[in-house]
Ligand binder design. Structure first.
Ligand SMILES: COC(=O)C(/C=C/C1=C(C)CCCC1(C)C)=C/O[C@H]1C=C(C)C(=O)O1
Ligand SMILES: O=C(O)CCC(=O)C(=O)O
Ligand SMILES: [Fe+2]
Length: 357
C-alpha cells in the first residue's frame, strides 16, 4: 500500500494474497463500466484479421499484394490485427515472459525498489492514477522507457532476475525491427512510399510495459485495465495462450466489446493515436480494455512505438484533399506524450488534443 495525494493505491497481488475474496470499493466499477459477458460479441463469431509479416515483405508478388490488401482492411475496419511470421524469435518471447513473471513474483518489498512515483509512467506500480475518486485497475504494471537511450532510467532496471535487462534489451531490438517493417507496410497500404511514415518519426521512442493481472474473486465488478486507446503509433502486445475464457484483451468494435483470442507466438498489433493523426483518420486508434479472470492470472507484454519527442506530427499532405479535409492539427509529439500521461485512461479523450473542431 502506498499513501500519496491520490489516496491509498493497493498493490493488487498483495490484496489477493492477504484477502483472496476481498475487492475494495475503489476497484468496484460503476454498473455501466463493468465487463458484462452477455454483452460480449459471441466468441468465434468473427475473428481479428491475421496477417503474415513475411508475406507482406514479399512485396510485389501476388501473395504480397493480397496480404497488403488484407492489412489495409484490418487497419481501416479494426485498428487491430494479429501478426505471425514477424521475425521475433519465439524462444526470446518465452524468455521475456519468464523474466517478467519472475519479476512480478518477487516479494513486494523487492519490487518497490523500482517505484513508479505518482504522475510518472516508468517503474513498478499503477500508472494513470490522479485522484482519490478514480476507480483503480486490477493490475500491477512495470514500465520502462527503452529507446532512445536518453529516456532510460537505469535505476529502474531490476537486478533480479539477473537476466532481466539483457532479455528486455534483446527482445526490444527484435520488436523494433518488426515495428519498422510494419510501419513500411502500413505506409504502402496507404498508397505512400515505404519510408514515408518512418521518415516523419526521427529517432523512434520505444517503451515496454508489463501488465500482471492476478485472478480476482469478482471479475464481474472490476476491470484489469480501463478502456483507452494507445498514444503510440503502433503497439505490439504479447499475450500467452490460455484456456478459453472471455477474460483478457477486449476491443470496442461497432459499440460492442470483442474478445481477442490469443494465438501462440503471434503478436496483437494496434494502431495508436499517432497513426490516426498521420493518416488523417483513414486508420483509427481503437478503444480496448483488459478483463480479469476469477481463477487465473494473466501477463501481457506491451511495446509502445512512437515518434521522437522532438518531431511535429500532423496529417500527411498526400492524405488531404478537397474530399478529405484536415481533421487534426499539427503538434509536437513530446507535448502529446506529456498530455497523454497526465490524465487517467479514459477512452480516446487524449486525441481531443489533436482534433480540429
Ligand atoms: C497506456 O499507455 C502507456 O502506458 C504509455 C506509456 C509509455 C511510455 C513509457 C512507459 C515510458 C516513457 C515513454 C512513454 C510515454 C512512451 C503509452 O505510451 C504511448 C503514449 C504516448 C503518448 C506514446 O507515445 O506512447
Ligand atoms: O493486457 C492487455 O491485453 C492490454 C494492455 C494494454 O492495452 C496496454 O498496456 O496499453
Ligand atoms: Fe493499450
Amino acid at each position: 500500500m502506498v499513501m500519496s495525494p491520490v489516496g491509498r493505491v493497493d498493490d493488487v497481488q498483495e490484496l489477493r494474497r492477504r484477502r483472496p475474496t476481498g475487492v475494495p470499493a475503489r476497484f468496484v466499477r460503476d454498473e455501466d463500466e463493468r465487463p458484462n459477458p452477455d454483452a460480449l460479441v459471441p466468441p468465434m463469431s468473427t475473428q481479428l484479421p491475421l496477417i503474415s509479416l513475411s508475406r507482406l515483405m514479399e512485396g510485389k508478388g501476388d501473395d504480397g499484394r493480397c496480404e497488403l490488401y488484407r492489412l489495409a482492411e484490418a487497419c481501416r475496419d479494426w485498428g487491430f490485427f494479429q501478426v505471425v511470421e514477424h521475425g521475433v524469435d519465439p524462444e526470446l518471447m518465452e524468455r521475456m515472459e519468464k523474466v517478467a513473471t519472475e519479476f512480478f513474483m518477487l516479494p513486494v518489498e523487492e519490487k518497490r525498489k523500482y517505484p513508479m512515483t505518482p504522475g510518472k509512467v516508468q517503474g513498478y506500480g499503477q500508472a494513470f492514477v490522479f485522484s482519490e475518486d478514480q476507480k483503480l485497475d486490477w493490475c500491477n504494471m512495470f514500465a520502462l522507457g527503452v529507446e532512445p537511450r536518453a529516456i532510460r532510467i537505469p535505476e529502474l532496471w531490476p537486478k533480479t532476475p539477473p537476466d532481466f535487462s539483457e532479455t528486455v534489451d534483446r527482445y526490444s531490438r527484435q520488436v523494433r525491427k518488426t515495428c519498422d517493417e510494419l510501419l513500411s507496410c502500413i505506409s504502402r497500404s496507404l498508397g505512400l512510399r515505404d519510408a514515408r511514415l518512418r521518415e516523419t518519426f526521427g529517432e523512434a521512442v520505444q517503451a515496454v510495459r508489463m501488465n500482471y493481472y492476478p485472478p480476482c474473486s469478482r471479475p464481474d465488478l472490476v476491470l484489469g485495465l480501463s478502456p483507452h486507446s494507445d498514444g503510440s503509433a503502433l503497439t505490439v502486445l504479447q499475450q500467452s495462450p490460455r484456456p478459453a475464457s472471455s477474460a483478457g484483451l477486449q476491443i470496442l468494435k461497432d459499440g460492442k466489446w470483442f474478445h481477442v483470442h490469443p494465438i501462440p507466438n503471434a503478436f496483437v498489433i494496434n494502431i495508436g493515436d499517432t497513426i490516426e493523426v498521420l493518416s488523417n483518420g483513414r486508420y483509427k486508434s481503437v478503444e480496448h480494455r483488459a478483463v480479469t479472470d476469477g481463477e487465473r492470472d494473466r501477463l501481457s507484454l506491451v511495446t509502445f512505438y512512437a515518434p521522437s519527442y522532438d518531431v511535429e506530427v500532423g496529417p500527411l499532405g498526400e492524405l488531404m484533399d478537397e474530399g478529405n479535409p484536415r481533421m487534426y492539427r499539427t503538434y509536437n509529439h513530446g507535448e502529446y506524450s506529456r498530455n497523454y500521461v497526465s490524465q487517467r485512461l479514459q477512452g480516446k479523450k487524449p486525441l481531443d488534443f489533436a482534433k480540429l473542431p
